[in-house]
Design a protein around this ligand. Structure first.
Ligand SMILES: Nc1ncnc2c1ncn2[C@@H]1O[C@H](COP(=O)(O)OP(=O)(O)OP(=O)(O)O)[C@@H](O)[C@H]1O
Ligand SMILES: [Mg+2]
Length: 230
């Protein structure tokens, strides 16, 4: 099987000073669920941003499904983000003056055409069928996170990138959200998932640990050892 995501010697320097990633090499296979762990500042969010074409590396290469992301124009990168990558951010990034369903429909709008029924279906999927007319400020943290998941899933992205999606959730909401990720995994989506919680990380096919922008070799576990280390 060919890897779906290939990162080669990926380095990211911020302002020419702070090193976010340091020669990182990683291969992720289609349908694989990878948990990304590591201390604060180790480069987890930077890594997700690179794969989502949100930001560009200082050096190295990124291939997704055989496409060299760094060869794309700004417009093509925007299309890649809309069509291929579903992002669930560390912060919720919901628009405060739009209702739950409008927030989800906004993601559809950027993709193609807003479709209220489809947005409603996505919200039902994450258990928020009853909260569609509420504003973000009227929702709990777990509910807001589930709106973000519905929004990320609306375009059926191949890759789902989630930055600590359970970080602010209580046990019950965490269970609901993890159930959604298990369903997505079963449906064949490729998942990259940042977490600080080993109990969450162990649910993935594989865990990688970052430290100072590099992968710590010892912790590649469970399934086959698929990554090469930088
Ligand atoms: N926009 C930026 N400008 C300058 N430095 C940045 C920027 N974004 C991240 N960094 C730095 O790059 C390093 C990696 O940051 P990153 O956000 O990827 O860490 P993280 O592993 O996601 O941490 P956390 O667990 O706290 O979210 C850190 O030292 C951080 O300060
Ligand atoms: Mg982060």
């Amino acid at each position: 099987m060919k890897p779906f995501i290939v990162l080669r010697d990926l380095t990211k320097d911020y302002n020419g000073k702070v090193r976010g990633l340091d020669g990182l090499c990683l291969e992720i296979y289609p349908g694989e669920w990878v948990a990304v762990m590591g201390p604060s500042g180790s480069g987890k969010t930077t890594l997700l941003n690179m794969i989502a074409a949100m930001d560009q590396p200082t050096a190295g290469s990124i291939y997704v499904n055989g496409v060299d992301l760094l060869s794309l124009t700004e417009e093509e990168r925007a299309r890649f983000r809309r069509e291929k990558a579903g992002l669930i951010f560390q912060q919720f990034h919901l628009i405060p003056y739009l209702t739950t369903i409008e927030n989800v429909m906004l993601a559809q709008y950027f993709h193609s055409m807003a479709d209220r029924e489809e947005a409603a279906h996505a919200l039902q999927e994450v258990g928020l069928g009853e909260r569609m007319r509420h504003y973000p400020s009227e929702l709990s943290g777990g509910e807001q996170q589930r709106v973000c998941i519905a929004r990320a899933l609306i375009n059926q992205p191949k890759i789902i990138l989630a930055d600590e999606p359970t970080g602010n959730l209580d046990a019950e909401n965490e269970k609901t959200v993890m159930g959604i990720f298990h369903r997505l995994h079963d449906a064949g989506h490729t998942l990259l998932f940042v977490t600080h919680d080993p109990q969450i990380g162990i649910q993935a096919d594989r865990t990688i640990e970052l430290e100072h922008g590099r992968i710590v070799p010892a912790l590649s576990t469970k399934g086959p050892v698929l990554s090469s280390f930088g």
